[in-house]
Design a binder for this molecule. Structure first.
Ligand SMILES: *[C@@H]1O[C@H](CO)[C@@H](O)[C@H](O)[C@H]1NC(C)=O
Ligand SMILES: *[C@@H]1O[C@H](CO)[C@@H](O)[C@H](O)[C@H]1NC(C)=O
Ligand SMILES: *[C@@H]1O[C@H](CO)[C@@H](O)[C@H](O)[C@H]1NC(C)=O
Ligand SMILES: *[C@@H]1O[C@H](CO)[C@@H](O)[C@H](O)[C@H]1NC(C)=O
Ligand SMILES: *[C@@H]1O[C@H](CO)[C@@H](O)[C@H](O)[C@H]1NC(C)=O
Ligand SMILES: *[C@@H]1O[C@H](CO)[C@@H](O)[C@H](O)[C@H]1NC(C)=O
Ligand SMILES: *[C@@H]1O[C@H](CO)[C@@H](O)[C@H](O)[C@H]1NC(C)=O
Length: 417
């Protein structure tokens, strides 16, 4: 081999040096760790889906605008888009040096000098993508003050949950603009929940009272594990599930990877906003409030009162029962991942949760069906004693519907940040 062709091969190798993993997944993971580092147990529900949608919108925009460039260039552009957007989303937490360290850690692997001519172009594409998205989202409703007026403690009416704040979480989240222009979120409002004095309600109440009690004698060990396994922030679990399914298959197709994670996180965020609309519209009480209620309200005249009853998962989240946002996140994730999977419900992956609650270590589970996964997430909230069945069943349906609408709109309207 001639000296000159060796040089050509060498320089070719250098030019194509890039991070061997999937750069989009790298930043998805960093986003998840930041949530943990900010508030152990996760951000409040709608913001936890909200910020990831914004980050992935900027990541997809930067990937789209750099896709004709080298892999390293695309990775550098995406990394700056993710970095700048995370700094914006976490501004109030002042995690600047933590977020900076995530970027510093990946730069050597990418291998493109950010101060070179090409590197400067990549950085600029990333910065501009972030600027465009955060400017568009700067006044998207999440900052607004929306007052909540406490309602009388009548049967069925939401009351502060034990250990919770006096006022339910983020009343403004029902008004956040949805992603990908899916229109007025109220069109996804759920049908009314069963009324507290209907005969079916008694079945639901007795079920969660027995199955969801902290030291329940009737809940199986498997169901207890289910409650703990899915306890973690669902946007984070859903992204981890996506990564388990996608693996490294899109590592060299940054735009395709960015697209699936943008679709997923837009759908998750939209699903959360839709559940918040139903939560504030129906203002329904949680199982713990129903079971501790001092007077008889069931149609049969039976008393369910146990004023010291506690759920397995403590505390009960600080917002209304109907709908379960956890279940909606799972229904939305299942819909997006099914679409990615060419319409097939069948997967075969093992994922772990990071829950440290009640000294339960890391739990791993095999997922072989996306729809069973979504049902399982819903059931986990009943076994955890924090939701009624019907809130979880409807949550999965609403999440699925919102996600399918998000996907339908995505190609045309993903830039409606
Ligand atoms: C989950 O826990 C592992 C250690 O068990 C840690 O490396 C990882 O960063 C955690 N992930 C999140 C999102 O906190
Ligand atoms: C990629 O496209 C952009 C915008 O069209 C252009 O400015 C740039 O030169 C292209 N890069 C390559 C390597 O062709
Ligand atoms: C059930 O409760 C609603 C109000 O929550 C009341 O209007 C209705 O009359 C009640 N029905 C029965 C059968 O008690
Ligand atoms: C609640 O859900 C569980 C688990 O899916 C089911 O076994 C049970 O029959 C349901 N209970 C009611 C009252 O619908
Ligand atoms: C009431 O709830 C407490 C706390 O969960 C439990 O220990 C107790 O056994 C319950 N009482 C009855 C009568 O079920
Ligand atoms: C979906 O189908 C297309 C076309 O046959 C194929 O290229 C792609 O790999 C499939 N995706 C998955 C996740 O199986
Ligand atoms: C948070 O991070 C720590 C340290 O990596 C890990 O042990 C823990 O499991 C994480 N918790 C959650 C809820 O992700």
């Amino acid at each position: 081999m001639k000296y000159s062709s060796i040089l050509t091969i060498l320089s070719g190798t250098l030019a194509s040096a890039a991070y061997p993993g999937d750069i989009v997944q790298y930043w998805v993971d960093q986003s998840a760790i930041l949530v943990n580092g900010t508030v152990i147990g996760g951000l409040q529900s709608p913001p936890s889906g909200w910020f990831e949608a914004i980050v992935q919108g900027a990541v997809y925009l930067s990937a789209d605008q750099s896709h004709n460039e080298s892999l390293a260039f695309q990775q550098l552009a995406v990394s700056h888009a993710a970095h700048n957007t995370l700094i914006w989303a976490f501004h109030a937490t002042q995690l600047y040096s933590t977020i900076n360290s995530k970027l510093r850690a990946i730069l050597p692997a990418i291998g493109l000098d950010p101060t070179s001519t090409s590197g400067l172009k990549a950085v600029e594409i990333g910065r501009q993508a972030s600027r465009k998205v955060v400017t568009a989202r700067a006044d998207d409703g999440i900052n607004n003050f929306v007052d909540y007026v406490q309602q009388p403690a009548l049967p069925g009416v939401y009351q502060a949950t034990p250990g919770g704040q006096p006022i339910p979480d983020t009343p403004q989240a029902q008004f956040i603009w949805p992603f990908a222009g899916i229109g007025d979120i109220k069109r996804f409002r759920a049908p009314p929940p069963p009324s507290v004095n209907s005969s079916e309600y008694e079945g639901f109440l007795n079920y969660v009272k027995a199955q969801g009690m902290r030291r329940s004698a009737v809940r199986t060990a498997h169901d207890t594990e289910t409650a703990y396994f899915w306890k973690e922030s669902q946007p984070i679990m859903s992204n981890r599930l996506a990564t388990a399914i996608i693996g490294n298959s899109l590592a060299t197709d940054v735009r395709a990877s960015a697209k699936i994670y943008a679709q997923l996180n837009y759908a998750l965020s939209n699903a959360a906003i839709a559940t918040w609309d139903s939560k504030y519209f129906y203002n329904a009480w949680r199982p713990v409030t129903a079971i501790r209620h001092p007077t008889i309200f069931l149609a049969s005249g039976t008393s369910v009162t146990n004023t010291t009853w506690e759920p397995l998962l403590i505390p009960t989240p600080n917002h209304q029962d109907y709908l379960s946002t956890h279940a909606a996140f799972a229904g939305a994730a299942a819909a997006v991942l099914r679409a990615y999977n060419n319409g097939s419900d069948v997967v075969d992956v093992t994922i772990s949760s990071n829950v440290t609650l009640d000294n339960v270590g890391v739990v791993s589970r095999r997922v072989i069906s996306l729809s069973e996964m979504a049902k399982d997430v819903g059931d986990s909230r009943v076994f955890g004693g924090i939701h009624f069945n019907f809130s979880c069943e409807q949550g999965v349906k609403t999440g699925d519907w919102v996600a399918r609408e998000t996907l339908k709109n995505f190609d045309e309207k993903w830039m409606d940040f």
